[in-house]
Design a protein around this ligand. Structure first.
Ligand code: SAM
Length: 444
């Protein structure tokens, strides 16, 4: 086997796990890259790009295959449909390999996987697509943006066609790695010089002084700034949750859904060596992830414990200055980073998640001191989970919305900020899709 063939075998196996056995794409891809560490940088990036791109464009790719093939994708052998899918992605979206080579490699791969009899079929479909690729026409926005039709309808209804299209187009753009500086650990100049010493390309986010964009590095874990806990991978929108919470020195904060700890670490950093953040999650495994981050960053004002947020904790009643509820959600705002979310989530899941969130909020609001704050956030764009839950909460609990205007140095002008919440929309705002609501417990 040539090295190049090797990479295609790996792409096929990883795609089969994701598309036939519902494995999580980021986990299975990471596993494969760890297993085949001997591969060089170019092969690793070929595997990553082909897997991620094929999953990202799956609806569009299947449409194209169905258009040019007499046998529909759903009726094909899994091996054959996935060989076709990964090859169509390369033909439509990658210049690295000429189309004729993509077709030849696909045919060889089919033969090696014991489908010698289908070599002609694979070759015929792919060459036909290659010949006609410049004249493809998308029948609708679902195919154009490779987003399930029910989501296209929901976002068009909620935000209008122009905004919905901007959101969906943004998911197809390259996601960048953004980091947040742990400013209490080191100054910005020191962090920048450490990153540049290791030849990392660093760009300012232009929105927040604490958020930078990193490119051209191999492993985050190999960076001195990461090892020393000076930086935390975090999107701008996620970092805005800490800004919205705005803890004051000495505050006691409880983060009820905290793994892997990104927002808790931010709160601990903002507390600047004072106060305490208690961060909770469901399992020992999740707490282990948080603990790793705590150890790396070396903060003393943060502790982690296993606790199910649905179970009332009487010892925490009215103890917290800030309760952070970064709730389990449908994740539709980060579809660009985790494209399999859009195929996994079904409309009925949105109702289930919204009611789980209500249950969690009902329990954890009791931990807020009178005058203290409940900050609730999700990484989704779904009115049921966000705006409707905000309204429901205010109608049912003794809290008032906190005016967020001016909170973010006027970097965001969103109509609802006066009402205590903001829905960030990718493609409209320069970040992932996030919802942040801030509520203050009334003093009787
Ligand atoms: C959006 S993630 C949190 C991300 C985290 N705040 C951060 O910034 O790194 C939601 C978390 O909620 C946790 N979770 C889900 N149900 C929970 C429950 N009943 N109790 C506690 N945690 C829960 C999940 O395990 C997951 O880690």
């Amino acid at each position: 086997m040539t090295k190049d063939t090797d990479s295609r075998e790996i792409v096929l196996d990883v795609l089969t796990e994701i598309l036939e056995r519902s494995a999580y794409s980021h986990l299975i891809l990471r596993q494969a890259l760890n297993k085949y560490q001997y591969l060089d940088k170019a092969e690793r990036s070929f595997i990553t790009r082909t897997v991620e791109g094929t999953v990202e464009y799956l609806i569009q790719i299947d449409y194209v295959i169905d258009f040019f093939s007499s046998t529909k994708v759903k009726k094909m052998k899994p091996v054959i449909r996935n060989i076709l899918r990964m090859s169509v992605y390369q033909i439509l979206y990658m210049d690295r390999v000429p189309d004729s080579a993509v077709c030849n490699e696909a045919v060889k791969l089919a033969a090696r996987r014991k489908f010698v009899g289908l070599k002609g079929f694979v070759n015929g479909v792919l060459r036909n697509i290659s010949r006609n690729k410049e004249s493809l026409v998308w029948p609708d926005d679902s195919v154009r943006y490779s987003v399930p039709a029910w989501l296209v309808s929901m976002w068009t209804q909620d935000h209008g066609k122009e905004t919905a299209n901007a959101i969906m187009a943004s998911f197809l753009e390259n996601s960048k790695t953004t980091i947040r500086l742990n400013s209490s650990k080191a100054g910005k100049e020191e962090i920048l010089s450490s990153l540049r010493k290791q030849n990392v390309q660093v760009t300012e986010s232009g929105i927040s002084d604490e958020i930078l964009i990193l490119e051209k590095y191999d492993y985050l874990e190999s960076l001195e700034a990461f090892q020393k806990g000076y930086i935390q991978v975090q999107d701008l929108s996620s970092a805005l949750v800490g800004e919205a919470a705005d803890p004051k020195e000495g505050d006691f904060c409880i983060d009820v859904c905290g793994a892997p700890g990104g927002k808790s670490i931010h709160l601990a950093d903002k507390l600047n060596g004072t106060g305490m953040v208690e961060v909770r999650d469901l399992t020992e495994y999740k707490i282990g992830l948080i603990q790793e981050n705590i150890n790396r960053c070396g903060f003393d004002n943060i502790r982690a414990k296993v606790w199910d947020a649905l179970v009332p904790d009487p010892d925490s009643a009215e103890k917290a200055d800030i309760v952070l509820a970064d709730l389990p959600c449908s994740g539709l705002g980060i579809m660009g980073r985790k494209p399999d979310i859009k195929y996994r989530i079904k409309p009925e899941n949105l109702d289930e998640l919204a009611s789980l969130q209500r249950e969690i909020l009902s329990v954890v609001q009791t931990y807020v001191k009178p005058g203290g704050k409940l900050v609730f956030s999700t990484c989704t764009i779904d009115k049921k989970e966000n705006e409707e839950n905000m309204t429901w909460f205010l109608e049912n609990f003794p809290f008032q919305a906190v005016d967020l205007e001016g909170k973010f140095k006027n970097r965001f002008q969103i109509d609802t900020m006066k009402q205590g919440y903001m829905q960030l929309l990718p493609g409209i705002h320069p970040c992932d899709g996030f919802f942040i609501g801030v509520l203050q417990k009334k003093v009787e």
